[in-house]
Design a protein around this ligand. Sequence first.
Ligand code: SF4
Length: 310
Amino acid sequence: MSPLFNRASAWIKTRFGRRVQKIPIDAGFSCPNRDGSLSGQGCLYCSNASFAPFYSNPQLAIAEQLRQGREYYQKRYGCSSFFAYFQSYSGTYAPVETLRQKYREAADCQDIEGLIIATRPDCINSDIVTLLQDIAQATFIRIELGVESFDDAVLAEMNRCHDVATSLQAISRLRSAEIPVCIHLISGLPGEKPDYMTRAARVTSESGADMVKLHHLQIIKGSRLARLYAASPDSYHLYSIEAYIDRVCEFVANLAPNIYLERFISRIPVDQLVAPIFSGIDESAFQRLLEARLKTLGLYQGSSILASLP
Ligand code: SF4
């Protein structure tokens, strides 16, 4: 029986022949939305500290972060193949020669199959694309692009300091250079309209993106959003697990069948999370619930696109 949606893990297994574990690292980059170039405040929900494991420390050399991460994942999960994951802040936001040196340092480390680089759409320009093409001659590269929303009003409300057109242009530039792109989207942002998931899936389908990472809005301790939420919790609608699964079903059913889905929830430690807390639900459990709900609703990836054809 064919799967109800395309899992990114299947794409990785087809390409590399095995599971490849990401090792998040902090290469010491900043973000134009935090360093004052665009704003000094960052996105409303930003709290980068929440995502960093113990070895992801900019005081350590990239090679040392990867060595510690490799040891951790080898012991914990028996992994033997890895991606260096430039996760913190904006992974293409530095002078080109600095980026080249850091990417090469990571690519040259033991058991590293390639680089996954998280960044903002406005940190992709022609010089960066040329650099990525150079690096990609010898090393697998995938860009994780923080699109977050396909609604300009929502992006403005979140102080993202870029618009939808910039996201679409970045995806197009990367695809023209044959650099695979995984876009990151958040569902449940304040101001999101009721038909947003359908529209977001349709725009994603047309954008040229290869993969999507989706998650629900989370309020993280230390973020500006956490302070606003504490002052006025009723102003924010946060998903229950059931409501979020239904939103994801809508997204999947409206997503083109050639796109892969990487994940649906994020792994922020509960002690750093204000709300919502999906107790005991990890990514695997979520995907089992999602499959069950898709079956109940008679949906699968792209089924609503097919149903709307004349
Ligand atoms: S783009 Fe990322 S790192 Fe920069 S402020 Fe927004 S969430 Fe934080």
